[in-house]
Write a protein that binds this ligand. Sequence first.
Ligand code: NAP
Length: 321
Amino acid sequence: MPGMNEGPVSSSYTESRHVKLLVLGSGPAGLAAALYAARAELAPVVLTGTELGGQAALTFSIENYPGFPQGVGGAELGDLFQKQAERFGAQVEFDTAYSVDFSARPFKVVADSGKILTDALIIATGASPFHLNIPGEIEQTGKGVSYCATCDGWFFKDKKVIVVGGGDSALEEGLFLTRYASSVTIFHRRDSLRAGAVLQKRALEHPKLKFVWNTVLTEIIGNEKVEAVKTKNVQTGEESLFPTDGVFIFIGHTPNTSMFEGQVEMENGYIKVDDHMNTNVPGVYAAGEAADSHFRQVITSAGMGAAAAIEATHFLERQAG
Ligand code: NAP
């Protein structure tokens, strides 16, 4: 196997397989990185993580990714990304990394399938949804509490659901839920929305969408399934009980980076990168929502992934002399 510039390799890793470039994550950042690295003939290996296609694959319709004037399904776009990367030799493996050691090259990664040594690595592990952390939320997850309308909306045909949040995700997913649910009520903690203007207009004008402003959830009530939520008006303090069959929570995300603590520099949980996607460890790059708390779009994540792969290619060329 290619063993350029090998640093100390601990004996427990001597049986490991060795790759040139490992990509952790299969969202837009990871698969765009894989495409660029594959075309640079690095034969990148992508560990998908538990969510093939990342968060984008859970989005019903992506309308702002260029090249798809009618929009494209998130899962379909992920599938196209994957096929394109594989066409040039990327190896996409349904596998999850759970520890890394960047103290010496080759870098060491332990995944479900075993140990992997890699000469360069791109972190594209994305982000996961925030929880409300209120009583009943964990207990009712899968029994009416959901973080994915595309996955679970179908179960709420002709039922009443609520959505929590005021950002793009809440409105987009709320609009999607109107296909199934008899009513969709959006609870937002303020009286103005964070979402973009186009989505706001569409949501505010939709006959099936209702808004409850300045209101937070304090408890989710149910036994075998969700029956109601307790709410509180943050301005008046008034508490109410609101009957519902489902609670969809879209209040933002947290980066999936705990595995990298102590290995690369981070800021507020996000991997710190410069404008070339370099982390503070030469040969380790980060792209997408693991490193971006600001843009968080499919196109910006894909762009970061491409940039990281270009930089990794140059790094490996320099190492090879
Ligand atoms: P977001 O923009 O961070 O919005 C989160 C929303 O949840 C905010 O309205 C926030 O209220 C509310 N919130 C946060 N914590 C809360 C809590 N504990 N209780 C109640 N409400 C809470 O998250 P997002 O909507 O998931 O979007 C993330 C990023 O992805 C954004 O950059 C967004 O533009 C992008 N995105 C884009 C699209 C698209 O372009 N089609 C689709 C989805 C997402 P406040 O407003 O009061 O802070």
